[in-house]
Design a protein around this ligand. Structure first.
Ligand SMILES: CC(C)(COP(=O)(O)OP(=O)(O)OC[C@H]1O[C@@H](n2cnc3c(N)ncnc32)[C@H](O)[C@@H]1OP(=O)(O)O)[C@@H](O)C(=O)NCCC(=O)NCCS
Length: 165
């Protein structure tokens, strides 16, 4: 299972004011708010945690069929930086997903997985050829067989990412 999320930082700055009253309380748990407020770049930490939650939700929704907007139930933890890539976990109820986040000056991009070993098996797709959505969730059907592979799509502003395993 796979999920992704990409955030165009310039657009996010225009669309949302993370410093507005009540914004952090609606979306981030107490521990996450501490991570934001203790960060050297709180704004980027906001989008870093947000993209983790969205990427993890895409797996959770695929696995359970549960849809909704429940940011406080998706809790980010265990952030660790290795070679400028941030690894971590997102938990919701009894489910734990592994996340990998890349941050540049232009975007924040998270890939989430159910199995940590699958980070080595991620493929970037260049277009939507073979992708069919079932209940709004994308899957890729190969040309020669009927088996489907999970796909995740994210786009925001200038950026789009389509991935599969
Ligand atoms: C559905 C949702 C995940 C889409 O995320 P988004 O950041 O608005 O948009 P993205 O570009 O990243 O993703 C959209 C793509 O994901 C795919 N998608 C849509 N719903 C999906 C789902 N439930 N599961 C997996 N993929 C989904 C689609 O392919 C869609 O692109 P397309 O319509 O062009 O084909 C989001 O709107 C949502 O409902 N989140 C709720 C979860 C939550 O509580 N989030 C808190 C954030 S802090």
């Amino acid at each position: 299972m796979i999920g992704n999320d990409i955030i165009d930082l310039a657009l996010a700055r225009k669309e949302s004011n993370w410093q507005r009253k009540g914004f952090l309380d609606k979306i981030f748990t107490k521990n996450e708010q501490l991570m934001i407020l203790n960060s050297i770049n709180p704004e980027v930490m906001v989008w870093n945690l947000w993209s983790r939650k969205e990427a993890a939700y895409k797996i959770y929704n695929r696995q359970t069929g549960i849809r909704g907007y429940f940011p406080l139930q998706l809790e980010c933890s265990d952030l660790k930086i290795r070679n400028q890539i941030i690894f971590g976990k997102v938990s919701i109820k009894d489910n734990v997903y592994f996340t990998k986040t890349v941050i540049t000056k232009q975007f924040v991009n998270t890939i989430s997985l159910e199995k940590i070993d699958d980070f080595n098996a991620i493929k970037q797709l260049n277009n939507r050829e073979g992708i069919i959505k079932i209940n709004g969730i994308p899957n890729c059907f190969g040309k020669c067989n009927l088996a489907s592979r999970p796909v995740s799509i994210s786009h925001h502003g200038e950026f789009e990412q389509i991935i599969s395993i």
